[in-house]
Design a protein around this ligand. Structure first.
Ligand SMILES: Nc1ncnc2c1ncn2[C@@H]1O[C@H](COP(=O)(O)OP(=O)(O)OP(=O)(O)O)[C@@H](O)[C@H]1O
Length: 248
């Protein structure tokens, strides 16, 4: 199933920290119309892989092409400006701002018209409201971000990411620390977003991966050991061995 448009390709991507090869010559294609999940045991290299994509880390070698242009070595702010967006951790939210204001800041920053001290123009607030409706946080628009539940804060992170109008959204364990109900809501949200937005998801919970992923890339000790549709990955000998070994 590799006939869709490629939104992101990595070739021989490598990141070495002193003696540790965190990402070991990974080559992979990510397609516009598919939700890709990246799984792997602790220390497999998933977070490092994301950090290479966003420019937070510079690869030791290899290339990354996003939306038809090479982004290897491009500064993180420029990569984000081009639309490769990682949903930030809760700590990146502005606690003292309302839910609506947090999203409005993202929308405004994206439009290069951000003015911290001024009131957001109506079109910015309208766009922020639309996004809150989409993620089901509209009833909390005026609540301070710090007063949201953990699950709501994680959903707000996704809303903030959407505020920047991404072309590709990277989600790093979006359901971590969530209750089963919150997890269900986020799975549903991801299912809706992916209809018109390419998503790459790092996820530990196989129940989440099974529900949303079209393709699964499996990393182990920095190496790609599988990259296929979920059924094929579940049957893959090497994947089974790695998970059954108890290293997961
Ligand atoms: N800044 C760093 N300096 C040295 N080693 C690092 C650094 N960042 C990551 N590593 C090492 O690289 C390897 C891959 O780590 P990484 O965090 O990418 O894995 P992961 O798959 O995201 O793990 P987890 O599921 O536990 O979050 C690990 O051995 C880790 O200790």
């Amino acid at each position: 199933m590799d006939d869709g448009e490629t939104i992101l390709s990595v070739d021989d991507l490598r990141k070495q920290f002193d003696g540790i090869v965190a990402v070991d010559d990974v080559t992979a294609r990510f397609y516009e119309d598919e939700l890709h999940a990246i799984i792997g045991p602790n220390g497999a290299g998933k977070t490092t892989f994301f950090n290479l994509l966003t420019g937070a880390l510079t690869p030791t070698s290899g290339t990354i092409v996003f939306d038809g242009e090479e982004i290897t070595g491009v500064p993180p702010s420029e990569i984000a400006r081009r639309g490769l967006i990682r949903s930030y951790q809760v700590t990146k939210l502005f606690d003292g701002l309302s839910v609506l204001e947090n999203v409005a800041v993202a929308v405004q920053t994206n439009e290069n018209s951000y003015n911290f001290w001024g009131k957001a123009p109506p079109e910015i607030t309208d766009r922020a409201h639309e996004i809150l409706e989409r993620v089901d946080l509209a009833p909390k628009a005026d609540t301070l971000a710090s007063n949201l539940s953990h699950g709501e804060q994680r959903t707000l992170e996704i809303a903030v990411a959407l505020g920047t109008d991404p072309k590709l959204l990277l989600l790093d364990e979006p359901t971590s620390g969530m209750s089963p109900e919150e997890t269900r809501d986020v799975i549903q949200l991801i299912g809706e977003l992916r209809r018109d937005l390419p998503i790459i998801l790092i996820e530990h919970k196989m129940s989440v991966v099974n529900e949303v992923a079209d393709r699964i890339l499996v990393l182990h000790n920095g190496k790609k050991i599988a990259d296929d549709v979920p059924d094929a990955v579940r049957q893959d000998r090497e994947v089974r061995r790695v998970y059954l070994e108890g290293t997961a």
